[in-house]
Design a protein around this ligand. Structure first.
Ligand code: GYE
Length: 326
């Protein structure tokens, strides 16, 4: 909710705040803080624990290379504290801009204030933050996670004629996509009294955790489970494995819906084990560097750049499979 309010702000304020970045040693923002005039950008990534995230990392690395930008890359191995240290180190190295994929929504105010004080623009990719001062970041490039959750919920309602015993496998606790995908989904099914969430637990966006949590929930709820809603494809695949091991038929007697639209999810739809996936594009490199170029030129950018996501099921996934880029 708080984040929504921030989105009403235009990017003008943000661009103005950063347009004075380290002025005029070189006369060009694109060459700031860089020996030999090369733009240096820091990228703080959460980790490499699922294929969505590695696809995003690859997109940002390859786009930097394509544009001749030097990228300082930090993998925080799942630790917010390591992301904060990485940002502090980027500031100390006087990078021109920082790309941040924040693990969770809260806890960023202090470090983003340090970046702002150093006049280094911060571009958020893939997940949002909740901060008291929205000028602490320039823009957020991400999908609308509430809309993704709503699409999954509406599809499930239609598919099950409004009757289902649902297990929800949540993403990382405190992460924007986990919070919002839950919100959107639960709002969509609220209109259907016979759709009940039997259990909702985190699987940390990981396949192994999705499998372990699903095993435990099958033991607890047994045949009452008729649907699984996983906040990402990896956890859905883990859940499918657990269901099969328990003698259930995912895709048939248990309807499985998830989010991300990874190639392996399309394969699972083709095999009839996954019923639906809502895409969430991880290839954010080109947009991130377009935005950085604009900001370094002092141009305004919108406060949020929303990725459009489509839903795929057995009716349209097979035709799309050869076109998938991630
Ligand atoms: O859905 C998931 C990843 O932040 C949108 O994080 C991203 C999510 C994505 O770990 O697979």
């Amino acid at each position: 909710m708080k984040r929504q309010a921030f989105l009403r702000l235009t990017g003008l304020a943000a661009a103005a705040a950063f347009s004075s970045c380290k002025p005029s040693e070189t006369g060009s923002h694109a060459a700031i803080g860089t020996p030999g005039g090369k733009t240096v950008v820091g990228f703080s990534q959460i980790g490499a624990d699922n294929p969505w995230r590695t696809a995003e990392t690859e997109s940002i690395k390859s786009e930097a290379a394509k544009r001749g930008i030097e990228l300082k890359f930090s993998d925080a191995q799942g630790q917010q504290e390591a992301q904060i240290s990485a940002i502090r180190s980027f500031i100390a190295q006087s990078v021109s801009a920082i790309i941040l994929a924040p693990k969770v929504e809260t806890g960023w105010d202090a470090i983003l204030k340090e970046a702002k004080a150093a006049k280094i623009p911060v571009i958020l990719v893939d997940r949002g933050v909740s901060v008291t001062d929205p000028s602490l970041f320039v823009t957020l490039i991400a999908s609308d996670f509430v809309a993704e959750g709503r699409m999954a919920g509406e599809w499930l309602a239609q598919q099950t004629s409004g009757k289902a015993g649902i297990v929800q496998l949540e993403g990382t606790t405190g992460a924007a996509p986990a919070n919002d995908r839950k919100k959107g989904f639960e709002a969509a099914i609220a209109a259907h009294p016979d759709m009940k969430v039997l259990a909702s637990q985190t699987g940390d966006f990981k396949r192994s955790d999705g499998k372990n949590v699903m095993e435990a929930l099958i033991k607890a709820h047994g045949a009452a489970i008729t649907a699984v809603y996983a906040h990402n494809d990896d956890m859905a695949i883990g859940a499918i494995q657990a269901l099969e091991a328990a003698g259930r038929q995912p895709g048939k007697d248990v309807t499985v819906v998830s989010i991300d639209g990874m190639g392996f999810a399309f394969e699972a739809i083709k095999e009839g084990k996954l019923n639906c996936t809502v895409e969430c594009n991880p290839l954010l490199g080109p947009m991130a560097f377009d935005v950085i170029a604009k900001v370094l030129r002092g141009e305004a950018v919108p406060k949020q750049l929303v990725q459009e996501d489509r839903l795929f099921d057995a009716t349209n996934a097979p035709a799309e499979l050869p076109n998938r880029k991630y």
